[in-house]
Design a protein around this ligand. Sequence first.
Ligand code: UDP
Length: 241
Amino acid sequence: MIKGEQIYEGKAKKVFATDDPELLIVSYKDDATAFNGQKRGTIEGKGIINNKMSNALMRLLQKHGIPSHYVEELSERDTLVKRVKIIPLEVIIRNISAGSFAQRYGVDEGIVFASPTIEFSYKNDALGDPLINEYHALALSLVSKEELETVKDLAFGINEVLKSFWASCGVTLVDFKLEFGRLSDGTVVLADEISPDTCRLWDSETGKKLDKDRFRRDLGGVEDAYREIMARAEQALGEEK
Ligand code: UDP
């Protein structure tokens, strides 16, 4: 597979064309941003961990019938994916209160919800990814009604698979963000990444944060936390084989 011209550079990844118009190569960087790009930094080795972890989780999800853009891991940082048109919604599933949810409603972090919640943000950097409800997303034609139902079903299904996977690692899946895309035939699939950048992962025993909140909140030990969560995932994935 030929890595062609760079067609996009995001905050944490670069995207390259290939010789197949239906396939792209995603390349994971160590760059980290938070608070809509206001905080910037580098997490040494993060790109390697996020690439490996996201791919492993997408393979696990595929085994559970969740379609995704994932095709093949090419190297430490590079992965071959199906070209999709990203649906401009960030889909956030929460099992436990944290982050912007806790702030918005003035509640503590760590409240375990009776059932998971879903919310959407409109992917628009200039506007700071504002919260959006389903009616507004439909009104703006960001997504069709049928696609929205698929997105919700897939997102809650993904939550069940990931919750039990992380539980087997001694980790609580607090919340996470997903993105979906349309293949050239219109099929909606999971896209982007699932990693400690996009999930809140707490040690089930101690509550220690093993995710990007260590960077966002200057908690220290960021690199160690990424290495630890990857080691735990690898151990559980090894046992699963
Ligand atoms: N998240 C993300 N990208 C974003 C916003 C949120 O990956 O642009 C993830 C975040 O890591 C967390 C979940 O989505 O796991 C919920 O984040 P929240 O809305 O609480 O926002 P935050 O407090 O991270 O700003």
